[in-house]
Every structure is written in structure tokens, then in C-alpha cells.
Write a protein that binds this ligand. Structure first.
Ligand SMILES: Cc1cc2nc3c(=O)[nH]c(=O)nc-3n(C[C@H](O)[C@H](O)[C@H](O)COP(=O)(O)OP(=O)(O)OC[C@H]3O[C@@H](n4cnc5c(N)ncnc54)[C@H](O)[C@@H]3O)c2cc1C
Length: 371
């Protein structure tokens, strides 16, 4: 088959939450945009996101009736990052988060609800308020389907199962990319005034990871080979609770709803590491605590601890954590209603990547990145 060359204002590599949301915005601006994804967009790893999205909507009051604010969200984020985060970027994210969640609602996302009809929010690690907006424990699934429907509704061309193999650089500027059509083996050229890499993380370089097999850091490699520097690659997040043996994520929502961590001596050991926040300390604190318990011989054979949800009862588990229950039963033969879940830490999130400014511009003109 003969390859083709097409021209666009903007080419977006990635059909996950980042790529599809960006495509909608570019299309709304009246520009010609195409999305390229090496898998069908609905198979992008975003579909696996479980627990929810932080935004200071203030729908649920904090302790003493205090109301959440974007400033509190920003403070918690900077503190949770041990003061290493880019504070301008944190401020932007926290200020825009409420409008983003409500915008996703207007596009059709079926957020879980409070009895008064407002978007539900629950506590998450490192957060001073119940701030996490969620759609059961399948938030990524709901939001990704919403965005994909919107992309289809606007007739945005999506090149699914096209694998981008290189960026094209001409005169010191990124002018598009080449992609292999997986079904036929044909190579196509995509010319673009701007190219956005929304290609997700590189979790699969670790043996224990919550990430899908497709999370191989392609975008970072593409950018690096084209001359755009990478940044903060050593900042890799390890999630405290992945299912022992498979490392499928057991969402923090399970602890947000009241799940407790217990070692082989039956001790709720977080009391020793974070007596105030307990299981809802920031992820690095909880992951290190579990690793320490296991290293000290207080884990179960093979290297895990227990996440106990039994006291929540079948009602809360069925209504707010149905996906977690299903995962535990299908992949571990454990029903969290009657037994604790065996968990261990695993790689979860790639915080570093292509170096960009607050507007997503990389050092290579014409090349942008977001995640
Ligand atoms: C199990 C799990 C649960 C999570 N839960 C939450 C949560 O509750 N809340 C939260 O905020 N975050 C959560 N996260 C993180 C969140 O899911 C990610 O930050 C987010 O989904 C990333 O979206 P993305 O669009 O940037 O990347 P992805 O969804 O990974 O999409 C990457 C896209 O790039 C495409 N691509 C990659 N390489 C190429 C290539 N060479 N050619 C063509 N296309 C390519 C892929 O096909 C895909 O479409 C979770 C992560 C995991 C692993």
C-alpha cells in the first residue's frame, strides 16, 4: 500500500484524556486537527484511572466546617511534592481544576453525586479536604468515553492504531511526524504547524507497575531524538496499594472510603509513620511505610500487607468501590467484603518527561507536550 502525506494545523499524538481534551479545544478554535494513537483511543491507559480527579469545588466541607479553596489545593500539592513542584504550574492547575471538572460535567461525564445532587467528593491522600471528584471507581473510563463521544461529534479525524515512529524536524522546527499504520505496515507523513505529544508515561520500564503494556514512554523518546530535552525523569511515583502478584491498581479511593492497612501482626502500622493522616498520608510516605514493614519481616510471605475493607460493609463497597471488588475477586480470588486484599507498592506515575513551559512549549519550536 502506498503511504500518504496530509497537512494539518495541529497534530496530536495520543488519544487518552490529554490528547482528546486538547483535540476538542483546538477544534473549537476552528483549526484543522488530527489525533494519532497507537491503540484505539478507548484503549488508552486513561481508561484505567479509578479513584477520581482533585478540584476544590467545596461540595463537602472539611473538618470544623471549613470550605476548600484552590489555594488549599495548591498548598497541599506543593507540600505533597516536598516543595519540589513548579509552583506556577501547580497554581494554574489548582485554579482551573473546578471549571475543568464542571466543564467535563457539561460534556456529559456521569460524576457520582451527593444526596443534594452536587458532584460527590471524597478524601484522598495528602489532601486537607474531601476534594476528589469521582465516577464510582471508574473515573477514567467515564471521562474518556465522554471525551471520545465529543471528538466523534465534532468529526475530528482520529488515526487509531497508527504508531508514530519519528518527529520531522526541518530548519530547527518540528514540522510533523511519521506514523506506521499498524494494520497494513504503511508509513504515512503528517505535516503540522504544531505537534502536541500527549503520549503518557513510561511505567513499563519497571517490573512492578500499574501501567498498561502500551506505557513505554514513546513520546519522550521521540522528543529526545528530535533534540528536545527531557526533565525530572527521576521523579517516579510508586503507588502504595497494588494487587499482590499482578500489580493492578487498588485505588487510593479504597483508603479514602476508610480502608485500613494491616501487617502480619495485625497492627495498623501507619500509626507509627503518619499518626495524624494514617492511611491518607501522601503516596510516597505510605509506599515507603509498606516497603519498610515488608523489609522488617512484618509483611506476609512473598512480600505484601493487607488492605482491609471489611468494616465498610457490602453497601459502601458495592456502591463506591465496585471495580475494586471485581478486580480483587477476578485476579486474586479475594472478596473484599469478607477478606482483606493483599497489596504491595508498585510503579504508578511518571512525573518527569519532555521539558515544557507552562504553555506546554518544548525547547524545539513547533513541538508541544502535555500529560
Ligand atoms: C491504574 C491507574 C489508575 C489511575 N487513576 C488515576 C486517578 O484516579 N486520578 C488521576 O488523576 N489519575 C489517575 N491515574 C493517572 C492518569 O490515568 C494519567 O495521568 C492519565 O490518564 C494520562 O493520560 P494521557 O492522555 O496523558 O495518557 P494515556 O491515557 O496513557 O494515553 C497515551 C496515548 O498516547 C498514545 N501513544 C503513545 N505512544 C504512541 C506512539 N508512539 N504513536 C502513537 N500514539 C502513541 C497511546 O495510544 C494513547 O492514546 C491513574 C493511572 C493508572 C496507571
Amino acid at each position: 500500500m502506498e503511504g500518504s502525506i496530509s497537512s494539518w494545523d495541529v497534530v496530536i499524538v495520543g488519544g487518552g484524556l490529554t490528547g482528546l481534551r486538547a483535540a476538542l479545544q483546538v477544534s473549537r478554535a476552528g483549526l484543522a486537527v488530527a489525533v494519532i494513537s497507537k491503540v484505539h483511543p478507548l484503549r488508552s491507559h486513561s481508561v484505567a484511572a479509578q479513584g477520581g480527579m482533585n478540584a476544590a469545588l467545596g461540595n463537602v466541607k472539611g473538618e470544623d466546617g471549613a470550605e476548600d479553596s484552590w489555594e488549599s489545593h495548591a498548598f497541599d500539592t506543593v507540600k505533597g511534592a516536598d516543595f519540589l513542584a513548579d509552583q506556577d504550574a501547580v497554581a494554574l492547575m489548582c485554579r482551573e481544576a473546578p471549571a475543568t471538572v464542571i466543564g467535563l460535567e457539561h460534556l456529559g461525564t456521569a460524576w457520582s453525586r451527593l444526596p443534594d445532587g452536587k458532584i460527590a467528593q471524597r478524601p484522598f491522600g495528602g489532601a486537607g479536604f474531601p476534594r476528589t471528584c469521582y465516577a464510582e471507581d471508574r473515573t477514567g473510563h467515564h471521562v474518556l468515553h465522554t471525551l471520545f463521544q465529543q471528538v466523534l461529534g465534532r468529526d475530528i479525524p482520529v488515526f487509531g492504531e497508527y504508531f508514530v515512529t519519528s518527529l520531522v524536524v526541518d530548519g530547527g522546527r518540528c514540522t510533523g511526524c511519521t506514523a506506521l499504520e499498524i494494520m497494513t505496515g504503511t508509513v504515512h507523513g503528517f505535516r503540522a504547524r504544531a505537534t502536541l505529544l500527549a503520549t503518557g508515561g513510561f511505567g513499563r520500564i519497571f517490573s512492578r507497575s500499574t501501567n498498561a503494556l502500551i506505557n513505554t514512554g514513546d513520546g519522550m523518546a521521540l522528543a529526545f531524538r528530535a533534540g528536545a530535552p527531557l526533565k525530572d525523569m527521576e521523579f517516579v511515583q510508586f503507588h502504595p496499594t497494588t494487587l499482590f502478584g499482578t500489580n493492578i491498581l487498588i485505588s487510593e479511593a479504597a483508603r479514602g472510603e476508610g480502608g485500613t492497612l494491616v501487617n502480619r501482626d495485625g497492627e495498623r502500622f501507619m500509626a507509627r509513620y503518619a499518626p495524624r493522616a494514617m492511611e491518607l498520608a501522601p503516596r510516597d510516605v505510605v509506599a515507603r511505610a509498606i516497603a519498610e514493614e515488608i523489609a522488617a519481616g512484618r509483611g506476609f510471605d512473598g512480600g505484601y500487607v493487607h488492605l482491609d475493607l471489611r468494616h465498610l460493609g457490602p453497601g459502601v463497597i458495592g456502591e463506591r468501590l465496585p471495580g475494586i471488588r471485581q478486580i480483587a475477586m477476578d485476579f486474586s480470588g479475594v472478596d473484599p467484603v469478607t477478606e482483606p486484599i493483599p497489596v504491595q507498592p508498585g510503579q504508578h506515575y511518571s512525573m518527569g518527561g519532555i521539558g515544557v513551559d507552562i504553555g506546554g512549549r518544548s525547547a524545539l519550536p513547533g513541538l508541544f507536550a502535555a500529560w
